[in-house]
Design a protein around this ligand. Structure first.
Ligand SMILES: [Zn+2]
Length: 330
C-alpha cells in the first residue's frame, strides 16, 4: 500500500526518566488502541534524548504506514517537567542535564512534522479524559503516582495549562513545611508522602517512630535493612496480610486523600482519577483516600460526592494523551 501524505494518524511519545514509550493511533477512532507502539530505554544527555525521540517517532511512522497505508500528520510529546507554551522544556528534576531545550522546534525540524510538547502528566490526564476513566467529564483532576506525583486538570472540557503552560504540579504542594526534604529544594512537598517514594518513606518513618516493628514484614522483604525499605516491600507485605504494612498503606491513603481534598477545594472537580505505576495497587489504599477526600472536602455534607477512581489506560496514558493533544492542537 502506498502512504497517503498528511494522513490522519498521530504519534504520541511519553518521555520518562527511565523509558520512552510511543504510540501511533487514529484520533478518529474512539478507542485507546494504538496502530503500533513501542518502548525503549531513555538515554542520558540532550542530544541522545533528541535522537531517541526522533528515531522512535520515525520508526512508529514507518510501521504505521506499513500497517494502514496512512501517514502521520503530527507528533505529540509528553516530557517530565515544566514545558512552556512554545514547547521548550524548561526544567525537570528527573531529566538532569536536559534544561532549556526547544523540544518542539528541534523535533519538528528533524521530522518535518508539526510537534506539540506538553507536561507528561498533563498528557496522561488528557488521555484519561478522552479515552479513559474521566471520559465525558468536563471538570476532571488526574494525578499520577510514581517516583513523584504529576497532575493534570481539565476545565470546561479543555486541558488547563495556566499562564505559561506550567499548571498542574501538585506534587510540590507543601503539606508540611517541617516535613522531609524534597529534591526540589523545599520540605514537606505532597509527593514526599503520597508517591511511590513517599510510601517507602512512611514505612521507614513508622519504624523510626516505633509504630512498626524493626524486623519481619517489609523490613525482612528489604533484606533486613530499614533504610532499604521501598514502596514495593510495603505492598508485598500488605498483600501477605502484614498488619504494620496495612497501617502504612492507611497512612498513605490518608495523605493521598488530604492532597486531593486540597485540590478539589480549589478546582471543584467532578471526578478524581489516580494513575501512574502505584495506582496498580489502588485496592490497598484507595478506600482510605476516598474517605479522607470526602471528610476534607469543604462542606462535604452539602455538596456532591466526588468519585475517586483508578486510571484505565495504564502506562500508555501519557503517550495516548500526547497523540490526542497533537491531534487537538494541529
Ligand atoms: Zn518538592
Amino acid at each position: 500500500m502506498s502512504a497517503v501524505p498528511g494522513g490522519p494518524l498521530v504519534v504520541g511519545l511519553d518521555l520518562g526518566g527511565t523509558k520512552l514509550l510511543g504510540v501511533a493511533l487514529d484520533p478518529g477512532h474512539q478507542g485507546s488502541e494504538a496502530v503500533v507502539e513501542d518502548k525503549v530505554a531513555t538515554p542520558s544527555g540532550t542530544t541522545e534524548v533528541l535522537d531517541a525521540l526522533g528515531d522512535l517517532a520515525e520508526d512508529l511512522r514507518r510501521r504505521a504506514r506499513e500497517a494502514t497505508g496512512q501517514d502521520v500528520r503530527a507528533v505529540g510529546l509528553g516530557a517530565p517537567g515544566l514545558v512552556d507554551r512554545a514547547g521548550t522544556f524548561r526544567y525537570g528534576p528527573n531529566l538532569p542535564g536536559v534544561v532549556g531545550v526547544p523540544l518542539a522546534a528541534e523535533l519538528g525540524e528533524r521530522l518535518g512534522l508539526p510537534v506539540v510538547v506538553d507536561n507528561d502528566a498533563t498528557c496522561a490526564a488528557w488521555g484519561e479524559h478522552e479515552r479513559g476513566a474521566a471520559r465525558g467529564r468536563n471538570h476532571s483532576l488526574v494525578v499520577t503516582l510514581g517516583t513523584g506525583i504529576g497532575g493534570g486538570m481539565t476545565v470546561k472540557g479543555e486541558p488547563l495549562r495556566g499562564a505559561y503552560g506550567f499548571a498542574g504540579e501538585p506534587g510540590h504542594m507543601v503539606v508540611d513545611p517541617n516535613g522531609p526534604e524534597c529534591p526540589c529544594g523545599r520540605r514537606g512537598c505532597w509527593e514526599r508522602y503520597a508517591s511511590g517514594t513517599g510510601m517507602g518513606w512512611l514505612a521507614r518513618e513508622a519504624v523510626r517512630l516505633g509504630t512498626a516493628p524493626a524486623s519481619g514484614g517489609f523490613v525482612e522483604l528489604a533484606g533486613g535493612s530499614v533504610e532499604a525499605v521501598r514502596g514495593e516491600h510495603v505492598v508485598a507485605a500488605a498483600r501477605a496480610g502484614d498488619a504494620a504494612a496495612l497501617a502504612v498503606l492507611k497512612t498513605f491513603g490518608d495523605w493521598l486523600g488530604l492532597g486531593l481534598a486540597n485540590l478539589v477545594n480549589i478546582l471543584d472537580s467532578e471526578i478524581v482519577v489516580v494513575g501512574g505505576g502505584v495506582s496498580e495497587e489502588a485496592d490497598l489504599f484507595l478506600d482510605h483516600a476516598r474517605q479522607r477526600l470526602r471528610e476534607l472536602a469543604l462542606g462535604h455534607e452539602r455538596r456532591p460526592r466526588v468519585p475517586l477512581v483508578a486510571a484505565r489506560l495504564g502506562e500508555r496514558a501519557g503517550a495516548v494523551g500526547a497523540a490526542l493533544l497533537a491531534a487537538l492542537r494541529t
